[in-house]
Design a protein around this ligand. Structure first.
Ligand code: NAG
Ligand code: NAG
Ligand code: NAG
Ligand code: NAG
Ligand code: NAG
Ligand code: NAG
Length: 576
């Protein structure tokens, strides 16, 4: 697509670019240090919460991580134990624990939560249930994502997390082949995911990870991420999914190259300007190197061993056929999407919906240490005080000592190793975009989102927490009208009514404008329920992640009044 126009909505590209615009709207909502504010009507500790939110920077400030460390108040290494002589209010204890966790999250020169070792192993501080041990997780995922010694298949098993690894090494290695059916990044049963998700994910992984990358029969597709200014994160991912489809059809290994959104100081070393800053790379380092080596050779270009994005037309990329190696599983796909009160069971482009979901899931199969750290910061900021309260209560009930050195039992280490970090469930994630006037045909008001939320709550009365992602100040202001819900959202400079998306994005800076939407994206994927506008690419991708993340049966509520559903994909096809 060789379009560079910044006012694209007039051309034949209208649909496509609307998707792009909408996407950037969503994809580009961004926030500075990832702080999350909770507005709650019956807040338990309102004054404390305020103080902390405004006085505690959880992520690195714009000037760099080192600066962050310097500026942070030096907090006690250990949690002080309240002595019997002191009267310490419960609030103070909660704050204290929260602050200790914050300190551990911050005392780290290289990146977020490097000191997770400190949090998780050292021990005078009780374990933070809402934080992940990012480094340990990344190490484990490395094992799942590469061949072992003697090029044995990665230790995928029927058992999750460390449990599988431990058992495999003891007893099950001789049956290892049977376990290849279980890509460890797929959760939920087959019934809770799109058809063939497990098999497709395994096949894509195997395709992308040949045992010997020097094999002369291998061919490659090396593709930069789209970087036209109008492209939001969502459109970039959708474009890459198209290239991925081409790679699968032509039996090429997809190698993603320059990723403009990762071109910031948070992405260190080789991960700079690369997808691998946020998620595990799509192929092995060997194959990447091989592809770049081949790109140096004229012969490889000539005989087509290596191709680049420029070798394909935008039509092939955006509208190409979906790989048929798995037949047509979309034929029996059963969407669980409600629009305007109706379950939409059949629509055009089901094949694309299915494939984009698979490609996105694969590309995002394992978050990196960095991404995991961003999520920790966001969760800590949003749910840290609640977690501290819960932990202190549990300790009080149990034993008077706050955090004693202890070793983790086997059940914690193995069986519970794969549990997701604490968030106040059930959690509803809501992505509210009031609409880019130029692109959207109708603007859906926050009231309609809340109406859908109300419907959900009638069915699930335990629901009261909403993770709200929006870039509109207007929406944030309106949350006050709903005192019976607890809203959580990131604190970010919000868009006023007269600002264009591009200006808004530029005002946030690249790091923030990438990190923030990705954090919201992952939260939306993890949340129990989701409400969004499916006509937008961003929400479309969230839908795909949920439907390959064990969430088919939670359904998906879409506000889409007056908008033809999936406008992005339909208009493209009719206009091209
Ligand atoms: C932030 O903390 C400092 C002391 O560390 C205090 O002097 C200042 O008043 C606090 N600011 C706010 C907004 O609470
Ligand atoms: C501590 O608590 C006790 C009773 O709980 C009270 O009598 C005493 O005055 C308190 N001391 C301080 C310093 O608040
Ligand atoms: C790898 O192969 C060698 C020789 O075939 C064998 O001695 C060794 O135990 C194997 N290692 C593993 C981890 O299977
Ligand atoms: C990989 O393939 C190349 C070319 O066929 C061969 O020279 C090399 O020995 C192979 N490496 C391994 C580990 O099998
Ligand atoms: C792919 O594009 C490059 C230029 O970007 C060209 O040199 C090469 O011949 C093309 N390959 C094929 C197989 O058309
Ligand atoms: C938006 O409005 C504010 C004040 O309402 C004004 O200062 C600013 O220049 C406006 N921006 C644009 C792009 O019109």
């Amino acid at each position: 697509m060789q379009a560079g126009s910044s006012a694209p909505c007039k051309t034949w590209l209208i649909g496509f670019f609307c998707a792009v615009c909408i996407t950037c709207l969503f994809g580009v909502v961004a926030l500075p240090p990832l702080r999350v504010i909770q507005i709650q009507s019956q807040s338990v500790y309102p004054p404390l919460r305020r103080t902390i939110l405004w006085n505690f920077t959880l992520a690195q400030p714009a000037d760099g991580a080192a600066a962050a460390t310097d500026e942070l108040p030096s907090a006690p290494e250990k949690m002080e134990q309240p002595t019997e002589n002191e009267n310490i209010t419960e609030d103070a204890r909660i704050m204290h624990l929260y602050n200790s966790w914050s300190t551990l999250l911050n005392t780290d020169k290289d990146g977020v939560l490097k000191s997770s070792d400190g949090v998780f192993k050292s021990s005078n501080v009780p374990r933070p249930p809402h934080l992940e041990d990012c480094r340990t997780n990344a190490e484990r995922n490395e094992l799942f994502d590469s061949y072992g010694d003697n090029s044995t298949f990665p230790p995928w098993t029927l058992w999750k997390g460390s449990l599988g690894l431990e058992f495999l090494s003891h007893k099950y290695s001789e049956h290892a082949d049977q376990h290849r059916q279980h890509p460890p990044w797929i959760v939920g049963s087959d019934e809770e995911n799109y058809p063939l998700t497990r098999q497709v994910q395994r096949d894509i992984w195997t395709h992308q990870h040949p045992r010997n990358c020097s094999d002369p029969s291998l061919r490659f597709l090396v593709a930069d991420w789209e970087r036209l200014p109008g492209f939001g994160i969502g459109a970039q991912i959708a474009g890459m999914s198209g290239l991925f489809a081409i790679a699968m059809k032509e039996k090429r290994i997809l190698v993603t190259n320059h990723y403009n959104r990762a071109d910031h100081k948070g992405c260190k070393g080789a991960s700079r300007s690369s997808w691998s800053c946020y998620f595990f790379p799509e192929t092995s380092p060997d194959c990447r190197n091989r592809a770049f080596e081949l790109m140096q050779s004229k012969a490889s270009w000539a005989d087509g061993t290596v191709k680049v994005k420029g070798n394909y037309t935008s039509k092939e990329i955006w509208l190409g056929r979906i790989p048929r190696v798995w037949g047509k599983p979309w034929k029996y796909l059963q969407p669980t999407t409600e629009i305007n009160g109706k379950l939409i069971t059949n629509h055009r482009k089901m094949d694309r919906r299915w494939w984009v979901a698979q490609a996105t899931r694969y590309l995002m199969r394992f978050p990196t240490d960095y991404m995991c750290g961003l999520l920790n910061v966001a969760r800590h900021s949003a749910f840290g005080l609640q977690a501290a309260k819960l932990v202190l209560q549990s300790i009080q009930d149990d034993s008077p000592k706050v955090g004693t050195t202890r070793t983790r039992s086997d059940i914690e280490r193995l069986v519970w190793s794969d549990h997701k970090p604490y968030i106040p469930r059930p959690l509803l994630s809501m992505h509210v975009r009031m609409g880019d006037k130029a692109c959207e045909m109708a603007v859906v008001g926050f009231e309609e989102y809340m109406e859908l939320a109300g419907n959900l709550r009638k069915q699930f009365p335990g629901l009261k927490n909403i993770w709200l992602s929006t870039e509109m100040q207007e929406v944030v202001d309106k949350t006050k009208l709903y005192p019976h819900w607890s809203f959580y959202f990131t604190s970010v400079a919000r868009q006023g009514s007269n600002m264009t998306m591009a200006m808004y994005e530029a005002s946030l800076g690249r790091e923030t404008s990438t990190n923030y939407p990705l954090v919201n994206f992952m939260m939306a994927t993890e949340a129990d329920f989701f409400i969004g506008a499916l006509g937008s690419t961003w929400c479309y991708l969230i839908d795909g992640m949920r439907n390959t993340g064990g969430k088919v049966m939670s359904g998906y509520l879409s506000v889409n009044k007056d908008r033809f559903w999936s406008i992005s994909f339909d208009l493209v096809s009719t206009k091209s």
